[in-house]
Structure formats: C-alpha cells, structure tokens
Design a protein around this ligand. Structure first.
Ligand SMILES: Nc1ncnc2c1ncn2[C@@H]1O[C@H](COP(=O)(O)OP(=O)(O)OP(=O)(O)O)[C@@H](O)[C@H]1O
Ligand SMILES: O=C(O)[C@H](O)CO
Length: 530
C-alpha cells in the first residue's frame, strides 16, 4: 500500500490510485530507463531553490530559526544574493521573512527572468511589489560591467548596516562571476583576463577561486567584513565537491587566510606568472598586509557575527534520489558525491562496477576488484566507499535481489580535443555506453548522467541515458561512437540516435548542485528487465 501511496504522490494525485491501476502504472514504470529518469528528477526536485530555503528558514513569530540559531526580526532585515539559483531562493526567502525586509539586491545571470518565465517557473520570480532589486549580468558566466554594478550595489547596502541589522546572504553556483569587485588598482578587464586564462589552461574551480579571492574586495570574506557589525546569515547552495564554504562562489562570507605564495604557485603551475598585469603584483603584495594576524583577527570577529549554512548540495540531491529509488522498488547505494577526474577514468569505473555487480561468477575475479580500487583515488572515490559499495553489491547479488540503483555525483572533467557539441554528462554517458557494450561486461545496466542545472555544456540537454545496447543501436543507424567521442560531439550523436530518445531534456531547472549519476543494475533473473 505504501508504494501505491508513494506512486500516487509521484503522479501528484490527491487520492491513492486503485490497486489495479497502480499495478498497471508500476508495470509501465518498470522500464529501467523510465525509473532512472524519475530518480534524476527527484534529485533535482530535492534541491529546488524554494524547497532548500523553505527547509532552512523556520519562523516563530518574530523569531527566525536558521542553522540551529535564533534571530530576532524587528524590521531590521536586509538581503543580498548572487548566483544562478539565487532568484528562486530570494523569492522564497521574501515569502517567509518579507514582512521584516527593508531592502534587498540580488545579482543574477543575464536573461534569467525571461528564461524562467518562458519555462513556466514563475514561482522563482519576485513579486511586483518586492523590496528586492534584481540586477542581471555576467553574460556567458563571465564577469562584466553589469555584474560589477550589481556588486557595487551589494557592497554599498552591506556597508551601511548597524549592529541591530540582520543581513541574509543568498549564495549559489555561478556567484563568483556575478560579484566581481576587483581590488584596486586592478581593473575588471585585467581580472577577467586572469580568470579566463586560468580556466582555459584547465585550472580547477578550487584553483580558480583561490586566485579570484585574492584579487577581490568582496570574495574571501570581504562581503562579511563590509557588513560588520550587522549579523550575517549566509544560505549556500553548493556546486563544489566537498561543499568548501571558502570556495563556493569564492567564499564572500568566509574569511580566508590566503597567502600570496599560494596564488603565485597556481599561476606558475599554469605558466601564467609572466603574462599578468603589473596591477596584480600590487594587489597581491597589498594582500600580504591582510593575511596572518589581520586575517586571524577578522576571522575571530566574523565568528561571532557570521553564520554560514549549506542548505543544498549534491549530497542532499543524492539522498532525495535514494528515497525515490526505494519508492520505485529499487535498492539504492550512494557511492559518493565527490566524483571528479578525467571522464575516461570515471566511465571505466562505472563499466567495471557494472561488471562486478552483474558478473555471474560466484567469486569475482580479483583483478577486477584490484582495478576498481586502483581507479578510486583518480576519480575522487575513497577506497572505503568502494569496498562498502562492492560488499553491498555482492550481498544483493547473493540475495538475488531485484534492481540496485547505484548513485553518485560530482563534476568529472573533459579535455576537449574536438570541435563537436556536447557536455561532460553526455560524454560520460556515451563513454559508459561503450564500456557496457564490451563483451566481458555482459551487463543489462542502464546509466544516466545529468547536470542538475539542466544544461550540459553549451547544449540544451542536461545529459543522457545509455546501456549495453548502445553500440548495436548506433551501428544499426550508421553512427560511430568512437568518432563522436574523438570530436567531443556527444550532443550530436545522441540527437541523431533514435530521434534523441536517450537525451535528458528537463530544461533549465533553476538549481545547480553539479551532476548526478545513476546506474541501475539488475542483479538477478530480472536481467532481461528492459
Ligand atoms: N563538446 C563538449 N563535449 C564534452 N564536454 C564539453 C563540451 N563542451 C564543453 N564541455 C565541458 O563542459 C564544461 C562546462 O560545463 P557547463 O557549461 O555545464 O558549466 P559548469 O561547469 O556546469 O558550470 P556551472 O556550474 O556554472 O554550470 C567544460 O568544463 C567542458 O569540460
Ligand atoms: O561561482 C563559482 O565560483 C562557482 O560556481 C563555484 O561556486
């Protein structure tokens, strides 16, 4: 009965389905592809901006409970925000605490209001009488003069607060580019050149944001410093592996003790030290004055008046996906929210895990286990998590259980060699399809990879779904997987294959907690479960 109620809820029905109809629905949803899509949708739903804000702000009259602390509301509330998901977060925050809101400013991507409206996401838009000013900028995720104006308005608002005031700071992925405030004498163009060169050289987000922090008035705790002595509460939607507070959107509310040498080491690593503007030297040597005791002192001050709360993350998305998997009659295993490393290695790991899970042998070949454990560190998965996962797969195979749903998330990297159209999720799905099509894998697994923001690379797809039949299907339609991979042309490949039925096309989701991977593994007689 519980499953029928869950199914009725999943179908947004007011009353539970009649038993006969429910079992018909279950059969129609039995395909692994359908259930993989439902699991991905649940992951995205679980980190929707309105849901994560509603889950984190609790009102009791004029008391606001957040992150385990209580704050008094007395018409003393201000709000700032920056990031791709911040508009939806601000709309929900205003619904909850708007009666005490004096003024707000949010810096959001260029064109997002129109896009959300077109996608029917009106609930993520502010009301006409909102006290929050919406400023759009950062076209193509690059800091521009519009975003710089927004950052200046945010800085001005924060700097004018008193100890009686409460500043709500809404932060999500894409926030760095939406809060550009280069430390003088560096210009916006000079700062943009540095970050663009670093990104093009393949710097990780961690390296990029370590440099961004050092060159900014607001990043690296600068915004919280401006707001002092007001109380600051930052609600953070994390799009960085491990949810590091000081790196998400370059940590504007987290005092960071950066050392100029650390920044120069990154620039040296990417051979950029000699092609930088002189202003950078000046900023970094000035920065020298800030770190050490100064930062310690600032950090002490901030400890009392700044509260940082991660309200949405890949971990939370995977937990929501796991709950949906149970509702759909799957047995979930969460491998890790920290998948990273080259997309080849990540695809290889999934191929090996599928072979491990579905191998008919009583005892798994030791070389298979060894290769899986060897790959772990390359793709950001701890050996402990791999051993735990493999043990659970063995148990479930012994029990002849139905279908296991292996869940993971993160952000693999793709070194672009071709000129094709695609994204890391579509490329990963294509590579895993190749792995599952290998003879020795003999797996009936289905694999899904999707970007939770609904956009994978410069394409309108969020990702794709694949399985061991991919090679056969492609060949029957005259498509060559390997050629598509050489050209990084995964979007074209999936668009042409079977009229694009394997693409994941949820549209812009309004949230962003990196990517979600789901591999459905039929471990028993259900193997012809397709
Ligand atoms: N043709 C392609 N094939 C495979 N991967 C690609 C292709 N084009 C771009 N990418 C990858 O997509 C990544 C960019 O992804 P995307 O545009 O979704 O932004 P993001 O990394 O998710 O950032 P944000 O969190 O702001 O959305 C690049 O780092 C690149 O590795
Ligand atoms: O804006 C940024 O810095 C990235 O999205 C990481 O949070």
């Amino acid at each position: 009965m519980a499953q029928i109620i869950a199914l009725s809820r999943f179908l947004h029905l007011k009353h539970p389905l009649p038993v006969k109809l429910a079992s018909l629905c279950f059969r129609s949803m039995s395909s692994l592809d359908t259930r993989a899509r439902a699991v991905f949708s649940a992951a995205v739903e679980g980190v929707q901006p309105d849901i994560v804000v509603r889950r984190s702000l609790e009102r009791h009259g004029d008391k606001l409970l957040v992150g385990g602390q209580s704050f008094t509301l007395a018409n003393n509330l201000y709000l700032v925000g920056f990031g791709k998901a911040v508009l939806g977060m601000a709309a929900e925050a205003e619904r909850i605490v708007g009666d005490h809101l004096i003024k707000g400013v949010v810096s959001v991507p260029h064109g997002i209001q129109k896009t959300l409206y077109i996608h029917g996401k009106e609930k993520m838009l502010l009301k006409k009488n909102s006290r929050i000013t919406v400023m759009e900028g950062a076209k193509k995720n690059l800091p521009d003069t519009d975003a710089q104006k927004s950052a200046e308005c945010i800085r001005e608002l924060a700097s004018g607060l008193t100890e009686k005031d409460l500043l709500l700071v809404l932060i999500s992925g894409g926030g760095s580019a939406l809060l550009p405030a280069p430390a003088p004498p560096m210009s916006l163009q000079e700062k943009q050149d540095v970050t663009r060169k670093l990104a093009a050289a393949g710097a990780t987000i961690q390296e990029l944001n370590t440099v961004r922090r050092a060159l900014s008035l607001l990043k690296g705790g600068g915004l919280a410093q401006c707001a002092n002595p007001a109380q600051v509460v930052a609600l953070i939607l994390s799009d960085v592996i491990g949810d590091p507070l000081d790196l998400i959107a370059s940590g504007p509310t987290v005092m960071s003790d950066f050392k100029p040498e650390e920044v120069w080491a990154i620039l040296d690593r990417y051979k950029l030290s000699f092609s930088l503007p002189s202003s950078m030297n000046e900023v970094l040597s000035k920065g020298r004055a800030h770190y050490g005791s100064q930062v310690q002192k600032q950090a002490e001050v901030q400890k009392d008046h700044v509260l940082n709360v991660v309200i949405g993350s890949n971990t939370i998305a995977l937990e929501c996906a796991s709950r949906k998997a149970v509702e759909l009659g799957l047995r979930p295993i969460i491998l890790s929210p920290g998948i990273c490393g080259d997309v080849h290695s990540v695809a290889r790991l999934y191929g090996l895990l599928s072979r491990f899970a579905c191998s008919p042998e009583k005892e798994t070949p030791p070389e298979l286990t060894a290769e899986i454990l060897q790959l772990g560190p390359e793709v950001g998965v701890e050996s402990w998590d791999l051993c735990r996962t493999m043990n659970m797969l063995v148990e479930e195979r012994k029990e002849g259980w139905g279908v296991t749903c292996l869940l993971a998330g993160g952000e693999p990297t793709v070194k672009l060699t071709g000129k094709g159209r695609g994204g890391r999720n579509q490329e990963l799905a294509l590579r895993v399809g190749l792995e599952l099509s290998r003879d020795e894998v003999k797996s009936a697994a289905v694999f899904l990879s999707g970007g939770t923001d609904g956009q994978d690379g410069p394409t309108e797809a969020a990702g794709a779904i694949t399985d061991g039949e991919l090679m056969k299907e492609a060949m029957s339609q005259g498509l060559d997987i390997k050629v598509s991979l050489i050209d990084n042309d995964s979007f074209t490949f999936f668009s042409q294959l079977s009229e694009g039925r394997r693409l994941l096309m949820p549209g812009l989701t309004g949230t962003n907690v990196m990517d979600v991977h789901a591999m459905l593994l039929p471990l028993s007689a259900q193997r012809d479960f397709q």
